[in-house]
Design a protein around this ligand. Structure first.
Ligand SMILES: NC(=O)c1ccc[n+]([C@@H]2O[C@H](COP(=O)([O-])OP(=O)(O)OC[C@H]3O[C@@H](n4cnc5c(N)ncnc54)[C@H](O)[C@@H]3O)[C@@H](O)[C@H]2O)c1
Length: 431
């Protein structure tokens, strides 16, 4: 059992803290958001993440998991041997990762650290950030280790407890070995590299996955143009063991809290190092184009430009299984539809009628049920792949719409049965 402090209780910090407590460590998690900490202390969680609330409740019950306000407080209360930095690293104005929260948290914990403590950066940070953390800590008697996180929102607990691999970046072999030992209960390969390599692995993974999605979206657009069926193309590709099926699902584009900022940060990291990462710039351009192409197709299906249609939108989150709206492709498409004069009525199983404050600019109606969103709509578009959308009553949907037309931007629904019910159905690169 080790004594651990986790700084930041967002998607990564809360999952990390709860999972480390589950593995038997004594964990104190900190945030600067007092309301969030009070909620967590009461056993509830501020995000939608399968299995996490139960794990937090379990940690509170066994007293292996505690929540406090303030990073230094957590380090002191935990008498921490290990401190995980899990704060946000948003995109800065020039595309690079903004390290201000990492620096701030490091500066706060610096004076509170015990000699020999290990500070572990789990936030996604650019190459060279270990030095930034060291400087902000202003301590020469503690170790700094990079340990990037690869969890997927929606499956965060599973991914944290069953990682494909654990990457540890450090020039201090003893500190790296101590961090690896924290994860001993997990049956996962651990690799130790230098910090720059560990930091690059994280960005390379996200850039590669974004590339796969942009690639299959481009292929879907090609299928649309030449009359091929992308679902069979993916099948034919995926059986090839060198390619596989993962991340080859056409959609409205990639988004979420990581891919957009991390891909742009990697372009910037390369630029600063004198390398023009043209491939990744192309991947980003294909994605931006995808939002526009979709908005145009939806408007077209609704009767063409200048008709100011009512558009029903199913799905607002960046993917199914989460309530996260950050950089959601659905929102990007909705913004373009609004700019074109459409009225939007939306439904998402994890989004309330009132959107979070930073979406105030979105003049849309969020409905309590999927049918209400379709009332009077000239077209329905599916923008997030929530499974429940497949099982709805499409007779009822057709009955409330102004015209039964669907643009299925996730290729989620069954075209044959919908066309039989009188719908005009369009998918992405699908017959
Ligand atoms: N969300 C993901 O799926 C995911 C996956 C892998 C890696 N990451 C990376 O992990 C990092 C965190 O991501 P996230 O989605 O959990 O972010 P988040 O915004 O959900 O959470 C960050 C939390 O840190 C808190 N915080 C900020 N400064 C603090 C301070 N000084 N003291 C205490 N708390 C502080 C914030 O209040 C917030 O609750 C980012 O670098 C991200 O790129 C995220």
């Amino acid at each position: 059992m080790s004594r651990v402090a986790v700084i930041g209780t967002g998607y990564v910090g809360l999952t990390t803290g709860a999972c480390l407590a589950h593995l038997g460590h004594a964990v104190v998690c900190a945030d600067i958001d007092q309301a969030k900490i009070e909620l967590l202390q009461s056993g509830r969680i501020p995000i939608y993440e399968q299995g996490l609330e139960a794990l937090v409740a379990d940690g509170l019950a066994t007293r292996r998991l505690q929540f406090v306000v303030g990073a230094a407080q957590a380090v002191e209360d935990a008498r921490a041997e290990f401190v995980f930095l899990c704060v946000q690293t948003p995109q800065g104005p020039d595309g690079s990762a903004d390290l201000r929260y990492v620096e701030q948290a490091s500066a706060e914990i610096g004076p509170a650290l015990a000699t020999g403590a290990v500070v572990i950066t789990k936030s996604t940070v650019p190459v060279g950030s270990a030095r930034v953390v060291e400087r902000a800590l202003a301590r020469t008697d503690v170790a700094v280790v990079s340990n990037p996180e690869f969890l997927r929102e929606g499956q965060a607990v599973h991914d944290c407890l069953h990682p494909d691999r654990i990457v540890i970046g450090s020039d201090d072999q003893a500190a790296a070995a101590k961090v690896a030992a924290l994860y001993q209960g997990l049956n996962a390969p651990a690799m130790v590299t230098d910090p720059a390599t560990a930091e690059t692995i994280k960005y390379a993974c996200n850039a590669f996955l974004a590339t796969k999605v942009s690639f299959i979206n481009a292929i879907a657009n090609l299928c649309q143009a030449v009359g091929a069926d992308v679902r069979d193309v993916v099948l034919g590709m995926g059986y090839d063991k060198r390619i596989g099926f993962e991340f080859l699902k056409p959609g409205p584009g990639w988004g979420g809290s990581c891919f957009p900022k991390d891909s742009r940060a990697l372009v910037r990291i390369a630029e600063d190092a004198g390398y023009d990462f043209e491939l990744l710039k192309g991947v980003i351009a294909v994605n931006d184009l995808q939002f526009r192409l979709l908005a145009d197709r939806i408007a077209e299906l609704a009767g063409g430009a200048h008709t100011n249609p009512v558009v029903a939108v199913w799905g607002l989150t960046f993917k199914a299984g989460t309530d996260d709206l950050r950089d959601s492709p659905a929102i990007s498409v909705v913004e373009r539809l609004l700019a074109g004069g459409a009225t939007i009525k939306a439904y998402d199983p994890t989004v309330n009628r009132t959107l979070p404050a930073h979406f105030d600019h979105l003049d849309i109606e969020v409905c309590d049920d999927p049918y209400a969103a379709c009332a009077g709509a000239a077209v329905l578009t599916v923008l997030t792949e929530w499974d429940e959308f497949r099982w709805l009553d499409f007779e009822k949907v057709a009955g409330v719409m102004a015209a039964p037309a669907i643009l299925d931007a996730r290729n989620l629904l069954d075209p044959i049965s919908l066309r039989r019910r009188g719908f005009v159905y369009e998918g992405l690169g699908r017959k």
